[in-house]
Ligand binder design. Sequence first.
Ligand SMILES: C[S@@+](CC[C@H](N)C(=O)[O-])C[C@H]1O[C@@H](n2cnc3c(N)ncnc32)[C@H](O)[C@@H]1O
Length: 256
Amino acid sequence: MWAWEELAAWYDAKMGDEGDLWHRALIDPGLFHVLGPVRGLELLDLGCGNGYLCRRFAREGARVTGVDASAAVVERARRREAREPLGITYHVADAADLSGLGDASFDVVVSNMALMDIEDAAGAIREVARVLRPGGRLVFSISHPCFDLPGGASAWVVERIDITSTVWRKVRNYRELFVAPIPWRLEGDRLAYTAAYHRPLSWYVRTLRAAGLVVTAFEEPAPTEEFLSASPQGPWIAEIPLHCVIEARKETGGLS
Ligand SMILES: C[S@@+](CC[C@H](N)C(=O)[O-])C[C@H]1O[C@@H](n2cnc3c(N)ncnc32)[C@H](O)[C@@H]1O
């Protein structure tokens, strides 16, 4: 899990109660669109970080459980819950071992930008399938496997000719499964590294299918106006998505 323990305080401050610019104005709106209303749902947030999404879903009327493998990260989420109780239960657990959670106990599992950080993502997907009730959904966002590969395997290329500039996205090693460090710049320019696991898109669809989860939505959300005006990458991401949102439904037994 690399530096998540070390990053906990910094990440908590960065995400706050609404998420940072990238989450609030780029990633989360697409996740909410696929997720739809959560009122009355039994909801698990897997790789929940500081719990800002758990808190949003609880305010919207879901019964929320958050799981994260980092004790320091969960401690931050629990502090927020203690300051303003919303009835959220947090567990420190590896996503690939949710033995503290019962079979078929959730209507929906949400996982926001976490599956590509999880070493045993296949194990996590199997556990998601176990804890979902038949017909329940997994809704997750990840770095786009086709366009946002870690470890320098993808990058923007800006080509300037006279007064015009064209932006390209270059990609290599797409078919490989690999892990690479992700650098985070903390206060005082200190660097800390977490791990990102690249898996091709077909890996996700096959692994979900093997666990009994069938893909029912696939979105490549466009940036919001806020993101377009606030981030220099906005117009480039409007052309080439750096993340995607996938919904997969647990088979009810009637499907083959
Ligand atoms: C990029 S953060 C995303 C957090 C949160 N979902 C959000 O949107 O802010 C990835 C999270 O996954 C957690 N994580 C990494 N490996 C994990 C594992 N094996 N099981 C559960 N959580 C894990 C990290 O501790 C971290 O909080």
